[in-house]
Design a protein around this ligand. Sequence first.
Ligand SMILES: *[C@@H]1O[C@H](CO)[C@@H](O)[C@H](O)[C@H]1NC(C)=O
Ligand SMILES: *[C@@H]1O[C@H](CO)[C@@H](O)[C@H](O)[C@H]1NC(C)=O
Ligand SMILES: *[C@@H]1O[C@H](CO)[C@@H](O)[C@H](O)[C@H]1NC(C)=O
Ligand SMILES: *[C@@H]1O[C@H](CO)[C@@H](O)[C@H](O)[C@H]1NC(C)=O
Ligand SMILES: *[C@@H]1O[C@H](CO)[C@@H](O)[C@H](O)[C@H]1NC(C)=O
Ligand SMILES: *[C@@H]1O[C@H](CO)[C@@H](O)[C@H](O)[C@H]1NC(C)=O
Length: 525
Amino acid sequence: MQKRKFISLVLLRKLLTAAIISITFLALFTGHLHIPSSKDHKFNNKFPTVQNLQRTQELAPPHLSKLPLSTSKLNRLRGDSDYVKLWKPPSNRGFLPCTKPTPNYTAPAESRGYLLVHTNGGLNQMRSGICDMVAVARIINATLVIPELDKRSFWQDTSNFSDVFDEEHFINSLANDVKIIKKLPIELVMVNETGMVKQQFRSWSGMDYYENEIARLWEDHEVIRASKSDSRLANNNLPPDIQKLRCRACYEALRFSPRIEQIGKLLVERMRSRGPYIALHLRYEKDMLAFSGCTHDLSLDEAEELRIIRENISYWKVKDIDPVEQRSKGFCPLTPKEVGIFLTALGYPSKTPIYIAAGEIYGGESHMAELRSRYPLLMSKETLASIEELEPFFNHASQMAALDYIVSIESDVFIPSYSGNMARAVEGHRRFLGRGRSISPDRKALVRLFDKLDQGTMTEGKKLSNRIIDLHIRRLGSPRKRKGPISGTKGMDRFRSEETFYANPLPDCLCRTEPPSRNISDIIK
Ligand SMILES: *[C@@H]1O[C@H](CO)[C@@H](O)[C@H](O)[C@H]1NC(C)=O
Ligand SMILES: *[C@@H]1O[C@H](CO)[C@@H](O)[C@H](O)[C@H]1NC(C)=O
Ligand SMILES: *[C@@H]1O[C@H](CO)[C@@H](O)[C@H](O)[C@H]1NC(C)=O
Ligand SMILES: *[C@@H]1O[C@H](CO)[C@@H](O)[C@H](O)[C@H]1NC(C)=O
Ligand SMILES: *[C@@H]1O[C@H](CO)[C@@H](O)[C@H](O)[C@H]1NC(C)=O
Ligand SMILES: *[C@@H]1O[C@H](CO)[C@@H](O)[C@H](O)[C@H]1NC(C)=O
């Protein structure tokens, strides 16, 4: 009797083990199939739609079904401590996307007029601005006209909305939230001063401002034209349904145009064929260096060239910058050389494939040489795709940036060398999707260590490596609550000091729907 019980227990255990293995295999296999083909737009499908999300929520292990590695690579890596140390995505700790409206949410109210939006900034600033304006249109009961993209920014890109984004998908997927039209009705295009009001919405505004001050404009005007879109909506203290709508807009409705998605997927496939990869947002571009006044490791001529550019651009207000102070505060992008030291210290072997997500690197190869000597497998759009494949995008900075965005979202490890708009947008989106690691360099601490290397008071090796690994143990992109304002700051500075909504949509759009999953091996025991 006792023995039979024992045997059936053993059997049960074997059965369960077999079941787990086959589930895992199945999940991996589906993961494998998920690798986008160039024909259809499967990359799109990877951005969860509401239905997909519900499915992932029900079917639990999201990481298994989403593991971004091919099966063979993964099998080789599994159980390998290097995999754990270098590539293993941080635990989602039970946080899953939750963007469904609350039960009180209604269809869009009757429209009181049209909201025209002139977005401003580079791709990522425009993206978050567009998502905010969806929410603003909802708050003021406006019909949103497809936003105009910024054609006058530093990037001088002539692209229209539909060149960069999938316009139909945007309109259709927000149908239950906001009425969106492609163009202002013809009879309104010619409206006079009284019909249309141009307004620069106040930065970081809450519900009161839009429901009262802005909605009051409907009494006299049929069209409200927002002259800027960046940071016009508060990060915090908005109703849950408005916050969730921002996430639906940014992470579900706002896809790149099919042309961009297709080449983006191609780049991802070509990167992935080399194994797990790092996407490095190397913000070592002329505009960044000129704007920030960072000149570490540059020649005098280079520093002078950048200073003149800064002097010359009227909308950059700060002209007189102390580059040493700037760097010691952690305000400078890491140089390519510094990134190399950083990656080596983290333990990434020199055969690691690295995708450089960036425009033109300042000084080109002269500044890349040291990074390349450590990591020869440096790839970019230009090296992965043929001239013919990239040709349609060349003169469009936003579209080129969109390709980098796609490869960065899909990367196994994302590392930004500077915490700008792109870094924040990609980190937030990856957090939302529960993608792999996003390592956020502690630049302030790092430059102190790099200076010691320069002065010869420290050398590269185990000690530096341990120090750098320790510094980043909590900077790997695992879920945490969005940071509020820095205490002691007041007024606009208070808002400015908050972590931005799209850098970390938790708690609004990531929820713990159930207790952290029970440990299966505990159940079998
Ligand atoms: C829904 O509306 C009711 C009544 O207006 C309110 O009491 C309740 O708090 C609302 N629920 C949510 C989730 O907003
Ligand atoms: C928008 O419409 C809803 C529903 O009709 C209404 O409750 C709300 O007050 C309106 N808001 C504004 C700003 O017009
Ligand atoms: C922008 O869109 C219009 C149509 O709305 C089109 O005629 C024009 O060529 C587009 N511009 C660019 C740069 O693609
Ligand atoms: C301006 O347009 C409004 C309606 O949009 C109209 O009532 C008004 O007469 C117009 N004024 C002029 C000067 O054309
Ligand atoms: C400064 O800007 C003006 C016009 O914007 C341009 O003509 C000039 O070449 C610029 N000078 C430098 C040194 O970049
Ligand atoms: C499950 O429990 C075992 C031992 O109790 C532990 O080693 C393992 O890390 C746990 N796994 C998870 C996913 O928590």
